[in-house]
Design a protein around this ligand. Structure first.
Ligand SMILES: [Zn+2]
Length: 262
């Protein structure tokens, strides 16, 4: 007798969805008690499937799952929160892909982490309504990194262990950390990190979203903060994310469209 349950009920957030076989879908979902798992949604691509509406990308659902030999199978699904704007607005969709891809990239299968589940749920909610999607993405990045064991050290120099002063410091791409002016300024592979960018990073790392969402940042600071987290993430993930490339492409297109209109 196997000790595994034959059927279990779980909440899940759909991170990825790919076609599987003739009519099925393979879902990568994040659950509160089982971490990231892969599930089969049988017949989900048939137009008449009652299940297909409940396994939408980025939705939060309640699934009844049967344990399979290799992959577990969804037998019943109910949507708890559809996060509809994430599938209806291309920019929000792209950010949702990014949030999902980052969670997927930084977690291993069946590694339980309820706080990541809670953060994902919250992040999809923010992305549905936030005016400043970049801010929501930065906040999510910093908090996800903390939850998966890659919290960036933003207060102490990783070279000399002294407190970072309010001056130009350095982000070390090679170490994925921040260095003080003395340790960082002539070290290869470092980039300047302004006082304001470091302040913003610290603020996002230590405050609640409800406070951070009220911040208004100049475009240059936004760009600098994004470049800093992106460098840090790429270093630790050891690869670039597909959704980031698409996001940059989309934002360039939107900026060009705005220029044409004005
Ligand atoms: Zn130092």
């Amino acid at each position: 007798m196997s000790s595994r349950e034959r059927v279990y009920r779980t909440e899940a957030i759909v991170l990825r969805r790919t076609d599987f076989g003739e009519a099925d879908r393979l879902l990568t979902v994040f659950t509160p008690d089982r971490g990231k798992i892969k599930l089969i949604a049988k017949g989900a691509r048939k137009p008449a499937s009652r299940k297909s509406g409940h396994v939408e990308l980025f939705s939060h659902g309640l699934f009844l799952v049967a344990t399979g030999h290799e992959l577990d199978i969804i037998t019943q699904a109910e949507t708890l929160e559809p996060y509809r704007p994430l599938r209806e607005d291309l920019l929000r969709t792209t950010y949702a892909y990014y949030v999902a891809e980052l969670a997927d990239g930084f977690t291993a299968e069946r590694d339980e982490n309820r706080l990541v589940f809670d953060l994902l749920k919250a992040a999809f909610g923010w992305l549905c309504t936030a005016q400043d999607l970049q801010m929501a993405a930065r906040y999510y990045e910093l908090h996800l990194l903390g939850l998966v064991g890659f919290q960036p050290q933003l207060f102490v120099c990783s070279g000399c262990q002294k407190l970072l002063e309010p001056e130009v410091n350095y982000l070390s791409v090679a170490d994925g950390s921040v260095l003080c002016a003395r340790c960082g300024h002539d070290r290869p592979g470092t980039a300047e990190l302004s006082v304001n960018a470091l302040k913003v990073l610290r603020f996002l790392q230590t405050r609640e979203w409800e406070t951070c969402r009220l911040l208004k940042l100049a475009g240059t600071i936004h760009a600098e903060v994004e470049q800093a987290t992106s460098r840090y993430i790429t270093y630790h993930l050891e690869r670039k994310l597909k959704s980031v490339e698409f996001l940059h492409h989309l934002r360039r297109q939107m900026a060009a469209g705005e220029r044409e209109q004005s």
